[in-house]
Design a binder for this molecule. Structure first.
Ligand code: ADP
Length: 307
């Protein structure tokens, strides 16, 4: 009887030992998994931290330029005022200060918009809008005395090209595309803007003859803070934060449209904003529609004295 008891005891000890071993190995596996999770989230945290640092560096670098030129102009103006300099010298200094302030304002607005896009608090207010007038206004604002304001030849008798859009947001997109076209093109090269009426959409094209974008970078240009490596600003002082196209793309998407890009290095770039004409056509897949153009207006922008 005792022998039987001992055997049963041994068997139960063995079973418990097995269960313990299994438990230990499952614990070891859990520890392993948790360690890997921890390492992954540590790596993600480090990457997020790097991105934050890069962003802070870019923001402070971008703000430093206009602020230091503002400071320089302010000191110069007070010296000019002390020695009763001619009025046009003072006015010129004020104009330059206004430009620096506009750059600072733009940067802050871009950061604000990018934050709102990320938290999905970015709204558009649709209104029926004459796009011919909108393009004309944006082009006048953009040239702002630096170049002759381009105008277009309307088609007599044709109804104006219009769509339901948020005019302020679409103007912001166009201004951004125009400023990129100028930034990344040599001085004095033309920029062409075309407004096209298509079946259920309107297209606004901004074409430049600038440095172009390598095909390997084309799918990254809408990323936040992305700048094509080694692409240098060709015209004007503004550098940018790599937020312009991120915001433009978000605005166009919010309108259920598409921002398309075509580019050839050293030949030029065309960015096209395709927008549905109305909220109903927003539901129709733009890609599935023929893109036959029934009407097209063209503005040609040429700079003669920009550097
Ligand atoms: P940035 O503030 O750097 O101009 P954007 O988001 O507007 O940022 O553009 C992202 C990048 O795409 C730019 O840094 C530039 O390298 C490239 N890019 C944008 N537009 C053009 C263009 N018209 N021609 C050539 N490169 C462009």
């Amino acid at each position: 009887y005792r022998a039987l008891q001992t055997r049963q005891l041994r068997q139960s000890v063995h079973a418990q030992q097995l269960a313990l071993e299994q438990h230990a190995s499952s614990l070891a596996q859990q520890v392993d998994e948790r360690t890997q999770d921890l390492m992954r989230s540590n790596a993600e945290l480090a990457a997020a931290n790097d991105a934050k640092e890069l962003m802070l560096r870019m923001v402070s670098h971008e703000l430093a330029g206009p602020i230091s030129s503002l400071k320089g102009m302010q000191q110069l103006t007070s010296r000019r005022l002390q020695r009763d300099a001619p009025r046009d010298q003072i006015e010129q200094a004020f104009q330059l200060m206004a430009r620096s302030l506009a750059r600072i304002e733009r940067l802050i607005q871009d950061l604000h918009d990018a934050a709102h896009i990320q938290t999905q608090r970015f709204l558009v207010t649709y209104k029926p809008c004459n796009l011919e007038e909108l393009c004309q206004q944006v082009l006048s604002e953009f040239t702002n005395g630096d170049a002759p304001t381009p105008t277009y030849q309307g088609v007599p008798g044709a109804s104006p090209i219009s769509a339901e859009v948020d005019p302020q947001r679409i103007s912001q997109v166009l201004l951004n595309l125009l400023s990129n076209a100028r930034k990344y093109s040599p001085p004095n090269t033309p920029i062409i803007v075309q407004l096209q009426q298509q079946a259920v959409a309107v297209a606004i094209k901004v074409c430049d003859q600038g440095i172009g974008i390598p095909s390997s970078a084309l799918n990254r240009i809408y990323d936040q803070f992305y700048q094509v490596p080694e692409s240098e600003v060709q015209t004007g002082p503004a550098n940018g934060l790599g937020l312009g196209l991120y915001i433009a793309n978000a605005i166009v998407k919010q309108h259920h449209g598409q921002l398309q890009v075509e580019s050839i290095v050293n030949e030029g770039t065309t960015l096209t904003v395709v927008l549905p004409v109305s909220a109903e056509s927003a539901l129709v897949d733009i890609d599935a529609q023929p893109s036959t153009t029934s009407s097209c207006l063209t503005w040609a922008l040429t700079y003669t004295h920009l550097s």
